[in-house]
Design a protein around this ligand. Sequence first.
Ligand code: NDP
Ligand code: HSE
Length: 437
Amino acid sequence: MKPINVGLLGIGTVGGGTHAVLTRNQEEITRRAGRPIQIVAVADRNVERARELVGADVTVTDDAFSLVKDPNIDIIVELIGGYTTALDLVMMAIENGKHVVTANKALLAVHGNEIFAAAQRKGVMVAFEAAVAGGIPIIKALREGLSANRIQWLAGIINGTTNFILSEMRDKGLSFETVLKEAQRLGYAEADPTFDIEGIDAAHKATLMASIAFGIPVQFDKAHVEGISSLDAIDIKYAEQLGYRIKLLGIAKRQVNGVELRVHPTLIPTKRLIANVEGAMNAVLVQGDAVGATLYYGKGAGAEPTASAVIADLVDVTRLATADPQNRVPHLAFQPDQLSDLPILPLEEVETACYLRLRALDKPGVLADVTRILADLNISIEAMIQNEPAEGEDHADVVLLTHVAREKDINAAIHKIEALQSIHGKVTRIRMEALNG
Ligand code: NDP
Ligand code: HSE
């Protein structure tokens, strides 16, 4: 059996895990793939560390471009991250007829359309299971396992760092900074952790899942992105009192006239399984018309969980390397000439229930003013908590949960409520999802 030769770009957290798992499970992986998968060359800026990890039999260089040009290499595994050098390397690998495996969601969310088009032209595969939800085989599930279904929506906890931060802050009362440092130490966080905290990483992943679920081009620039940096601990507490948990969700939902694509902190009922996904774990809930709701859960980050997905792609690519390109699974699940032009809807058109927190003057008539504003915009209230003002204060927190309403109307209501004399400061709005299939 002639081995398939792999060139590994980047032997950091995920690259190191990939090398370790491939070495440890070599015999079983070969039995699955039908031929040995061997890393023949590694490129990393830190040549000494790379050499220590892979030993003397593997070529080690700091010149990643030499690998993508090497005629002896069949598959390039891109694990350096970013979208500058990584883009050049991936495009050059494709031009040179090599298959590519990558965990780089940022690269694919921003440049996926040109990368997949180039791969299509050259008849090579670009596999990216590890790019979404780490070790969970969600790309495989969406692209193949659910291919009978018209997917209606999906919602996922798809950033381990932020889920870890939210869980540790809530359970252990640790500070945001302390937990972030721990996530970085454990190798969960992106090179630039603002990608995690500000929801960008989750939006990269949601963008890729939306494309595969609905057969639309990759459109990261149209996603609505909010992170957890402005989340207030008091809202986590009130949400719990009302039977909800706040999670950073990536959501893609099919509407009649388009697709909602958004990432934001979201209140979800505590009784849902997905609300109980804690720490760096990820979960994706998918609603298909035939199958109903299915839930995928597992480690979304870290060396070996992510390596698990990288190697699954290596096995897939190895099995299909000699297949007619027309008979392979399309990159975005739908045949490239069958992608739909269903637009991504502007946020104003999105419909959700909302949590609203306001600081209201404790005097008769104030709540009536607020509820009148909501009623005039056809926004109905599902629940409310009104606190007593703290000692020495004349304002108190009022929390309202609305029924589903259009974002545009909620925005108008917030604007009017904030203009009331009796309301102090800004209204906090957190969107809600019932996720009840
Ligand atoms: P690391 O920073 O741990 O590893 C990247 C490695 O690539 C480093 O050793 C780095 O060297 C090296 N490198 C960077 N640029 C070059 C270059 N131009 N030439 C040669 N080597 C280079 O990153 P991760 O392993 O965490 O992430 C890799 C990819 O996997 C990213 O796209 C990330 O988003 C994705 N990913 C990561 C997950 C995780 O849990 N960590 C999970 C899922 C996806 P140096 O350190 O010297 O810069
Ligand atoms: N930084 C990412 C996370 C890594 O925290 O989930 C996995 O993609």
